[in-house]
Design a protein around this ligand. Structure first.
Ligand SMILES: Cc1cc2nc3c(=O)[nH]c(=O)nc-3n(C[C@H](O)[C@H](O)[C@H](O)COP(=O)(O)O)c2cc1C
Length: 261
């Protein structure tokens, strides 16, 4: 089994980088083939744009979808994009490690998705969701947050962090992955000194140990349910008798939705 570990953190000595390295050690210890990518170390450019496409179909305006499809078909995507796609396609398990930045993923990881999940190659209207190119593969995101578990909980001050991770989770499902329940570590704070720093280190050590224990048994890790194509009407709305798995795809708008209209 091949495992691909992608880290999106600018500091090689960060807790995120440490967790990614631990994950690599665990899977290597199990005899699996581990490949790693650090988007910052590679200096990955997250800004999709016409400079990446040598054979532009349209020169007066940039049409990202058209150029992605054309350059995929003609095998003219940039070297790093081709390499990352090859890594994804030849890995059975994908791990993404990133810190929670402004209630979402760091821009470098969002841009990685913009550029690597190529239209026409990684998805199109016939290849997505349960029919996606990555079907049969699993993906796990591991995210650290500075805020406490309470602040990130369903009724917490900062809002429900698990819900805020819908964009990366749904994107992975969109291209076909079986998506594992994300691993969240709260209260990972920087800028501490003295006693506080020591306490924090103990907490990080324990968190890393818990994470490693969970990873060692990844075969029993829970997966996130998503609606299947058959759950939707022709206009792409959820059928009234289909199961509801998420507040993002639900049967009735709630009171907040009505107020905002
Ligand atoms: C640009 C930036 C934005 C951040 N936004 C959030 C946030 O929205 N919520 C939160 O809980 N922590 C936030 N943090 C704190 C980070 O999540 C925290 O520092 C990180 O998870 C710690 O992991 P590390 O030691 O590997 O960097 C932010 C930090 C930075 C630098």
């Amino acid at each position: 089994m091949n495992v691909l570990i992608i880290t999106a953190h600018p500091e090689p000595d960060s807790f995120n980088a440490y967790l990614a390295a631990r994950a690599g050690e665990i899977f290597t210890g199990q005899g699996l083939n581990v490949r790693t990518v650090n988007l910052y170390t590679e200096n990955f450019d997250p800004r999709e744009g016409k400079i990446f496409y040598p054979h532009l179909q349209e020169t007066d305006r940039f049409d990202a979808l058209r150029e992605q499809r054309q350059h995929w078909n003609s095998n003219n995507l940039p070297e790093d994009i081709t390499r990352h796609i090859e890594l994804l396609k030849t890995s059975d398990l994908l791990l993404l490690h990133f810190p929670f930045w402004w209630f979402g993923m760091p821009a470098i990881l969002k841009g990685w998705m913009d550029r690597v999940f190529v239209y026409g190659g990684i998805y199109d209207s016939r290849h997505r969701h349960e029919n996606g190119v990555m079907q049969g593969k699993r993906a796990l995101i591991t995210v650290t947050a500075g805020a406490s578990a309470g602040a990130c909980s369903y009724n917490g001050r900062d809002g429900d962090m698990r819900f805020m991770l819908w964009p990366p989770l749904h994107a992975l499902h969109y291209i076909g992955y079986t998506v594992l329940e994300p691993y969240l570590i709260h209260g990972v704070r920087g800028g501490l000194d003295g006693c506080e720093k020591l306490k924090q280190q103990q907490f990080l050590d324990q968190s890393a140990k818990d994470f490693a224990d969970r990873l060692a048994n990844i075969s029993v890790w829970p997966t996130i349910p998503f609606n299947k194509q058959q759950d939707f009407n022709d206009d792409m709305t959820l059928k009234s008798d289909a199961p509801e798995y998420s507040p993002f795809v639900r049967h009735r708008p709630d009171k907040w939705h009505q107020i905002s209209r």
